[in-house]
Every structure is written in C-alpha cells, then in structure tokens.
Design a binder for this molecule. Structure first.
Ligand code: NI
Length: 173
C-alpha cells in the first residue's frame, strides 16, 4: 500500500477552524483513508494530535499519538466525554494550526471518552496526563474552538497579528 498523502493544515486565524463538525455517519473506506492521511499529516508535522477540522474536513474525527516512539496511534470517531475530573491543572499547549505559539490552558487532569474505532466498534478510553489534555484539545477543535481562545483577548490578538504576518511573509517567499 502506498504511503498516505499528507493534507494541508489550516492555520489560525483561518475562519474554517471555527466550523462545528458533524458526526461521522458511517465508518467506511472513505473514513479509513482520511484517518491514514490525517496520521501522515500529523506525523510529518511532528504533532501529537490532529482533528479533522484542521484539515478542513468537518466531521467528528481525531487522531492522536502521544508516545515518544510515535508508534501508538489512536483514532477517536464521534468521541463523547463521559466523565471529566473536576480537578484541573494548567499546562502548556501548542497546536499545529497555531505554529510556534505555546501557552497555558487549564484542563481536567483525567477524562473518560467513548468513541468508535476504525472498525466502527464503540470503545471507552480512560486517559490522564498528556493524553487527557490532548483529547480535550482535539475535541475542542471539533467544536470549532482553538486553544488560543482560552487566552486573554489581548494575547489572542497578538498571536493573530503575528501569525497573519508570518503567513503573508510565507506567501511572498
Ligand atoms: Ni490543535
């Protein structure tokens, strides 16, 4: 099988990042091909998670791999948070759609999520630590929310200007 082709990643403040994704209607070949391409995109960009929203597909699907060795791929289709710990912690986050920007976001330290896998089977995932943070970050994307929206409006505006400038410069190059 040929290696899957990476997809272009939308960059903040692209308005398409604020689209609310609809549920995946059927876990079929089209979805499995999209999953392969999303993993190719995420690994190529050295990311730990990618939501379909970020590649301009507005369906509830995320891919994640928080392992050091890049060998623990996880797919969550139509994910729903069943439980989130009331205990929260602030940690530094980044995002492939907000390149070069890292800032603190408060998240639940543990979550339990129900989702379909690529065989269409319903599974429950219990996560803590970096995986729990990543799941919450990626699920926000499916609701059209980018992590910079948790920051102050002043910080967000600065990030917006900085990225727009970088995007203009990249276009000129
Ligand atoms: Ni992100």
């Amino acid at each position: 099988m040929p290696a899957a082709q990476p997809l272009p990643i939308l960059c903040f403040p692209d308005p398409r990042l604020h689209t609310v994704a609809r549920p995946v209607a059927a876990v079929d070949e089209r979805i499995r091909l999209l999953v392969d391409r999303m993993f190719a995109t995420m690994y190529e960009a050295n990311g730990i998670g990618l939501a379909a929203t970020q590649v301009d597909v507005h369906e509830r699907l995320v891919v994640i791999d928080v392992s050091e060795e890049r060998n623990q791929p996880m797919v969550l289709i139509n994910p729903e948070i069943e439980w989130a710990s009331p205990e929260k912690r602030k940690g530094e986050e980044g995002c492939l759609s907000v390149p070069g920007i890292y800032d603190g976001v408060e998240r639940s330290i543990a979550v339990r999520v129900r989702a379909l896998d690529t065989a269409g089977q319903s599974r429950t995932v219990e996560a803590e630590g970096m995986l729990a943070v990543c799941i919450q970050h990626e699920m926000d994307h499916l609701l059209g929310k980018v992590f910079v929206e948790y920051l102050s409006p002043l910080k967000r505006d600065r990030i917006k200007s900085k990225l727009l400038k970088a995007q203009r410069e990249a276009q000129r190059a």
